[in-house]
Structure formats: structure tokens, C-alpha cells
Write a protein of this length. Structure first.
Length: 107
């Protein structure tokens, strides 16, 4: 994932989460908001309830890989915040990818 496609600022994260729409299932929550650029951007959040830093970083890498593999599905003028739920610990990578794709298609 290129740096231009990443939401890093805490202010923007909070703005997207508080003011906008979301789609969710038992594994993931995706908040989204329109931006004024011609680029989609992603932010990934994995809470401390998921596990230690090693496990949280593992899930961030999995989500980034899924994002890179499915570039055709995203609208070019949206910001997405992906929040990983604790149920992700019980599923495999293919199920996580299927869950992600289903949620993106709902948007």
C-alpha cells in the first residue's frame, strides 16, 4: 500500500468514525467518508483486546495484503477506517478476506 493511500492523522480517524456511516459484520467494521482527492485512503485499527503487539501487527499486515489484492473494488474518492474485531482470532485468512470483500461491496 502506498503512503498516499494511508490515513494516519488521529484527527481524521476520529472525524471519520464519529460523523459517518459504517458497515459491519462479526469480524470487521468499516467506516467510510468522502474525501476531496481522487485517491482512496485506508486506516487500520486493531485494539489491545485482540492481543499483544505481535498479534496486532500480524492482523494489520493481513488487512494490508487484502487491500492490495483487491484494488479494483474501491471508490476513488473515499476514506476507509477498518476496525478489526476480536472474532478475527477464530477465523482463517480466506474467511477474513471474504468478510472484507462483502463489506466493501455493501458500500
Amino acid at each position: 500500500m502506498k503512503k498516499i493511500n494511508i490515513v494516519k492523522e488521529n484527527k481524521i480517524f476520529n472525524q471519520i468514525i464519529k460523523l459517518n456511516k459504517c458497515v459491519k459484520d462479526k469480524n470487521l467494521i468499516i467506516y467510510y467518508q468522502e474525501n476531496k482527492m481522487d485517491v482512496y485512503r485506508f486506516g487500520i485499527s486493531v485494539g489491545k483486546k485482540i492481543g499483544c503487539a505481535v498479534i496486532r501487527n500480524k492482523y494489520k499486515r493481513k488487512i494490508r495484503n487484502i487491500i492490495d489484492n483487491n484494488k479494483k473494488l474501491y471508490a476513488k474518492n473515499l476514506d476507509y477506517i477498518i476496525i478489526v474485531r476480536k472474532n478475527c482470532l477464530n477465523i482463517c485468512s480466506q474467511e477474513l478476506e471474504k468478510s472484507f470483500i462483502d463489506l466493501i461491496k455493501k458500500i
